[in-house]
Design a protein around this ligand. Structure first.
Ligand code: GDP
Ligand code: MG
Length: 439
């Protein structure tokens, strides 16, 4: 799906004007991807209308192609639809989690606690689920794994009492995360219980935890929780599965809130803050749209100035220097892994990527930071032509950067591998490409 959207966009390359049909084609592809990702029909319709109206009404700014401009509009409207990340100041606060049984509340409580601990705050989990046998043990075990404070009482059967005592017991913590019980469906009993806990705890924020596979039913569920306790943000869990979590957008819309966190696994570290561009890419199944649209921003900012920014398509031409690699690393910082970057280059589909050695893509954050420091210690000539770097220069660069020689060699290896890979691509004619894809 993402590839057909990319195909449609590629067809617009070089056009000096976009027709109504061109825009309809793009909108149709986006609609297909979003509906497939469980986004509510009315949200998709609203988005489509906005894109069509703007794409037809607005003129691309000077120096911007119609294709890039329409991409920009698409991106802006998608950001508008998915919203910004829920504001979570790094300060003392109490957060209550609500949601149906199995949505991932208990797991999310531990994940969020871990996340806050990485921000230098002291979190505590208060476990108020007295309905499910094993809730206490599960929660305690996860809190231990996250290495955070925990309060629960397996002998007490009133959740409100536990909540009250939990607040008292976790007074030293900065962030209290109150986990609650769920039900298979939302019934009056659950609503009553959660309202009573809410009153006792008086949280700063109520977050609704939704399974990514929730689909369309997220909407009515969200409306009910909103009516009873009020929802300030949404957490989407299980994004490591096939579901894209588009259903949660209806919940966000219904509660007039935003998305706070994304969960993508069963361990306490499988959590990330919501961030619109990554989520949009996921929804569309397409490489980072944001990066593509940044061209427009640059064109608007730097009127006529010589462009020094790195473009994935430039990699396909000419020599690949360490400077190129560095620019690419910088871009990747906002963009995700290299395989996604390659995925954005027209004609390089997923099939081709599978044939590359795994470690060609293995540039971890830590190594990238080291590489950056190492490159600071290299001369202009070395950056332009890393082949001149022999043993003695390697030693000098290692000393200058304070990094081990091994790291310097890794950098040079990495560069050589990437250079080789690109040469392969450059050497390929269209026929070769097709043959490889078919294999
Ligand atoms: P609760 O009933 O809302 O408290 O849900 P739990 O936190 O107990 O989660 C229910 C099940 O989903 C458990 O087996 C969790 O391990 C699993 N789970 C929760 N979050 C995720 C996630 O992000 N990815 C995956 N793969 N499993 C998850
Ligand atoms: Mg639970």
């Amino acid at each position: 799906l993402g590839s057909s959207l990319r195909g449609t966009l590629d067809d617009l390359r070089g056009k000096s004007r976009l027709s109504e049909e061109d825009i309809e084609d793009i909108v149709k592809e986006i609609q297909r991807s979003l509906l497939q990702a469980d986004v509510d029909v009315s949200l998709v319709q609203e988005l489509s209308d906005n894109i069509e109206t703007r794409a037809l009404d607005e003129e691309p700014p000077a120096g911007t192609t119609p294709r890039d401009w329409v991409l920009r509009i698409v991106y802006e409207e998608l950001v508008e639809m998915v919203g910004e990340s829920t504001d979570l100041p790094l300060e003392e606060q109490t957060i209550m989690l609500a949601g149906l049984y199995g949505s991932g509340k208990t797991t999310t409580a531990a994940k969020m606690a871990w996340w806050f601990s990485t921000k230098g705050l002291r979190p505590a989990i208060i476990q108020t689920d007295t309905d499910r046998p094993g809730a206490y043990d599960q929660s305690k075990e996860m809190a231990d794994r996250a290495e955070v404070d925990f309060y629960g009482d397996p002998d007490e059967d009133d959740p409100v009492t536990i909540a009250r005592e939990g607040l008292e017991a976790t007074k030293d913590a900065d962030v209290r995360i109150v986990d609650t019980a769920g039900r298979d469906g939302l019934n009056q009993e659950l609503i009553d219980q959660i309202e009573r806990i809410e009153q006792a705890v008086n949280p700063d924020r109520n977050l609704l935890v939704l399974d990514a596979a929730m689909g369309q039913s997220a909407k009515s569920q969200a409306a009910d929780f909103e009516a009873s306790i009020g929802i300030d943000g949404v957490v989407i869990t299980k994004l490591d599965g096939t579901a894209k979590g588009g259903g949660a957008l209806a919940a966000v819309n219904e509660t007039d809130s935003t998305i706070a966190f994304l969960g993508s696994g069963e361990t306490v570290k499988d959590i990330e803050r919501f961030e619109p561009s990554g989520f949009i890419s996921r929804l569309l199944g397409m490489g980072d749209l944001k990066q593509l649209t940044e061209r427009v921003e640059r064109a608007m900012e730097e009127t006529g100035e010589e462009e020094e920014d790195w473009d994935p398509e430039d990699m396909m031409e000419g020599a690949f220097t360490l400077k190129d690699m560095r620019k690419q690393m910088q871009t990747m910082n906002n963009m995700g892994p290299l395989d996604q970057v390659m995925d954005m280059i027209p004609g390089l589909g997923g099939g081709l990527m599978d044939q590359l050695p795994d470690d060609a893509m293995d540039v971890t954050q830590e190594r990238m930071q080291d590489f950056d420091v190492i490159m600071d210690s290299m001369t202009e000539a070395e950056m332009e032509n890393p082949r001149v770097v022999g043993q003695s220069r390697t030693e000098r660069i290692a000393r200058g950067s304070g990094k081990p020689e091994e790291r310097v060699r890794e950098l040079l290896d990495q560069h050589r591998q990437m250079e080789q890979m690109l040469k392969q691509f450059q050497g390929m004619g269209d026929g070769d490409m097709e043959r490889m894809m078919k294999q």
